[in-house]
Design a protein around this ligand. Structure first.
Ligand code: NAD
Length: 315
């Protein structure tokens, strides 16, 4: 039986990845210290092919049984988390990635790390191809996340080049779906929570900054295709359909039938103005492209998460 180890498997994306790997018939070892994830995300996965190890990957860790794939997803991902625990974020991207690459090396496993569109910073090239080196402020508050991920990519390539580890890097663009936390500060869960509670939707700046939002099922499908390919270079996975934050707020008000109004708040420091993946490489190498449009994905999120989880309280 194929065994996959998923660090960060109790988080938003990691738990969806565990679902998909179990559905493929894999045995899944979820390594997660619940820093930002929850047992609720994996409660439905208990069974003989699934195990959760409560380990902090900043410390060295070992798994005795054979492992075929290592998916490295552990890291705070939401600004609200990495601004609260900046040192943890840097350590998980450095020590955590080092320990997890070491584990993959010992097991001769294929290793895939979850990198991010944040490696492009506030981009001066649009849309962003993998060949773009980025425009990151290393000493700004967001630098702890962006630089942790850039270091993590450098470490991954060094293990590949010097140690022969079979590695892959996915650069994930904004993703949404059920199990996002209502208070994690990212646009979609925040707007959904505010709309469902009848509170004003807070749009930063004038709302003209753009993001491209990928539904979680599309992302996970692309990640598994990448893991099963022989590719070692970074690959963007995201939805290239771009929306302004103001458009997103309007669609969410319409879909939820909310009577909330839109209010404007100060733009966070170093907030990127635009963000759109160039997915030519994913199309070419993996035959992948997203299939779920924003409206449909938002409807699935509303249906899949339920009012209680989206608002953080009972209906
Ligand atoms: N969600 C997105 O849109 C997005 C975009 C780009 C990249 N990513 C990347 O994908 C990965 C998962 O993101 P997410 O949105 O699911 O975040 P998340 O916060 O929901 O999940 C991260 C998980 O990692 C675990 N974790 C953190 N530190 C740990 C440690 N030291 N030891 C063990 N476990 C630890 C947390 O408990 C949590 O379950 C992250 O690496 C993130 O950088 C996510």
């Amino acid at each position: 039986m194929t065994t996959s180890l998923v660090t960060g498997g109790a988080g938003f994306l990691g738990s969806h990845l565990c679902d998909a790997l179990l559905a493929k018939g894999h045995r899944v070892i979820c390594v997660d210290n619940l820093e930002t994830g929850t047992l609720e995300n994996i409660a439905h996965l208990r069974g003989e092919r699934f195990v959760h190890l409560n380990l902090d990957i900043i410390e060295p860790y070992h798994v005795e049984e054979p492992v075929d794939y290592v998916y490295h997803f552990a890291s705070p991902a939401s600004p609200i988390d990495y601004l609260r625990i900046p040192l943890h974020t840097l350590k998980v991207g450095s020590y955590g990635t080092h320990h997890t690459l070491g584990l993959a090396k010992r097991h001769r496993a294929r290793f895939l790390t979850a990198s991010t569109s944040e490696v492009y910073g506030d981009p001066q090239v649009h849309p962003q191809p993998e060949s773009y080196w980025g425009h990151v402020n290393p000493i700004g508050p967001r630098g702890v996340y962006d630089e942790a991920k850039r270091f993590s990519e450098a470490l991954t390539m060094a293990y590949h080049r010097q140690q022969g580890v079979d590695t892959a890097i996915v650069r994930i663009f904004n993703t949404y779906g059920p199990r996002m936390r209502p208070h994690d500060g990212r646009a979609i869960p925040t707007f959904l929570r505010q709309a469902l509670q009848g509170q004003p939707l807070t749009v930063f700046g004038d709302g003209s900054q753009t993001r491209s939002f990928c539904y979680v099922d599309d992302l996970i499908r692309g990640i598994i295709l990448l893991a099963e390919s022989g590719c070692h270079e970074p690959v963007n996975i995201g939805n290239p359909n771009e929306f302004t934050l103001l458009e997103l707020a309007q669609v969410i008000i319409e879909l939820t039938g909310s009577r909330s109004e839109i209010v404007f708040a100060e733009l966070p420091v170093d907030d990127p103005q635009v963000r759109q993946p160039d997915i030519s490489k994913a199309r070419e190498l993996l035959g992948w492209e997203p299939a779920v449009a924003l409206r449909e994905g938002l409807e699935r999120t509303l249906a899949g998460a339920g009012h209680e989880r989206l608002t953080g309280r009972s209906a």
